[in-house]
Design a protein around this ligand. Structure first.
Ligand code: ZN
Length: 370
């Protein structure tokens, strides 16, 4: 029923301090001479002298209107390639423009905040930031260029959010491997994807805290390199070919509450991961391990950490949206109803509050989402 297994990946992945300076070389490998560069305005001033081609600003939302605007700019400029420079929404917009137009695509993440860079899909939001749809292109970026020195200079909250996104990868791939449901790549997972997803989780737990310290000091260390790789490459390949499940559906559900819009993708996914573990009835020791790690790294663990009231009335619409038709929560190895999601989120919230009270007695915890 599931069809053949599929593994998808970008053609090249380049990571290290100074990687951005190979952009011209990578473009010439793609035989591109006049690329359009879609750039996050927050980094344009610092990076523009290292970019090649026509540079335009990203307007802030990966929305249908923004995609049409950038596509028109690419046509007007006669662009023969697209380069996306910025965070997940900038990169998803670049994909949404390049792939339908069959333009070569170079992705340059300037933060390690999501696993969007390597994948062949975009997450589309409306102009107010509510989740609309996934768009699939059947084609991954030609090059993903990750300059770790740029990522080390970005505010630490980005790296921490990326760790939240990466924390979900193994648990969701594990659920999908059990059910053999098709992942985003188009088929059930191969061993490669589930193995990379596991490596992602192990790397984050081993190196996450040291990587946080490195970014706090704006420096590149081997631990930071490993966490950038986990957040970007391992999580990206792991989710696309390994499969998503409840954590990302809970994230999508949370986006219906406007009070969560100030919190980032990976931060809401962290709440989704804890919810998934409770929903699946995972061993308490594992749930505690994940919550304690989130607390040490500065990820939200309770609903109030992301501005949400922990009551059934508030969570009802969240759970309904999380269980909508087509949501990845239906990749879980059992049928999931909105009531089950509300129960899991309320229980997860209580467990997380207790773990925080316990941990606070022994260590000083970083501020959440800061
Ligand atoms: Zn994600």
């Amino acid at each position: 029923m599931a069809g053949p297994a599929v593994f998808a990946a970008p053609l090249r992945y380049v990571q290290g301090p100074g990687a951005l300076d190979t952009l011209a070389e990578e473009l010439s490998r793609l035989k591109a001479t006049s690329p359009l560069v879609l750039c996050d305005p927050a980094v344009r001033g610092a990076l523009e002298h290292r970019l090649v081609g026509t540079v335009i600003d990203f307007n802030g939302e990966a929305s249908p209107g923004e995609i049409d605007r950038v596509a028109a700019a690419a046509r007007d400029a006669g662009a023969d390639a697209l380069v996306g420079v910025g965070g997940g929404k900038t990169l998803d917009t670049a994909k949404a423009v390049a792939h339908p137009a069959r333009l070569p695509l170079v992705i340059v993440p300037t933060i390690a905040s999501t696993d969007a860079p390597t994948s062949s899909l975009s997450v589309i939001y409306d102009d107010h930031g509510a989740f609309l749809e996934y768009r699939f292109y059947g084609r991954n970026p030609d090059v993903v260029l990750v300059d770790s020195a740029i990522i080390a200079q970005a505010p630490v909250r980005f790296l921490v959010a990326g760790i939240g996104d990466g924390l979900s990868t193994f648990f969701e791939a594990d659920a999908s491997a059990t059910t053999r449901k098709p992942a985003m790549a188009g088929g059930p997972p191969l061993l490669a994807a589930t193995t990379l997803a596991r490596l992602c989780y192990d790397t984050l737990l081993a190196d996450g805290l040291a990587a946080r310290h490195a970014v706090e000091h704006g420096v590149v260390t081997p631990a930071l390199e490993r966490v950038i790789e986990a957040n970007t490459l391992l999580s990206g390949l792991g989710f696309e070919s390994g499969g998503l499940a409840a954590a990302h559906s809970i994230h999508n559900g949370l986006t219906v509450l406007h009070e969560t819009h100030d919190y980032w993708h990976g931060e809401k996914v962290a709440i989704g991961v804890i919810g998934l573990l409770v929903l699946e009835g995972k061993p308490q020791a594992l749930i505690d391990e994940v919550i304690d790690f989130c607390l040490r790294i500065g990820l939200p663990v309770t609903l109030s950490d992301i501005g949400v009231d922990a009551d059934a009335d508030t969570l009802g619409p969240v759970a309904e949206a999380a269980c909508a038709e087509g949501e990845t929560i239906h990749n879980e190895p059992f049928a999931v109803t909105p009531d089950m999601v509300v129960s899991a989120l309320l229980a997860a919230d209580a467990i997380a509050a207790e773990r925080r009270a316990l941990l606070e007695r022994t260590v000083e915890l970083p501020a959440v989402c800061a």
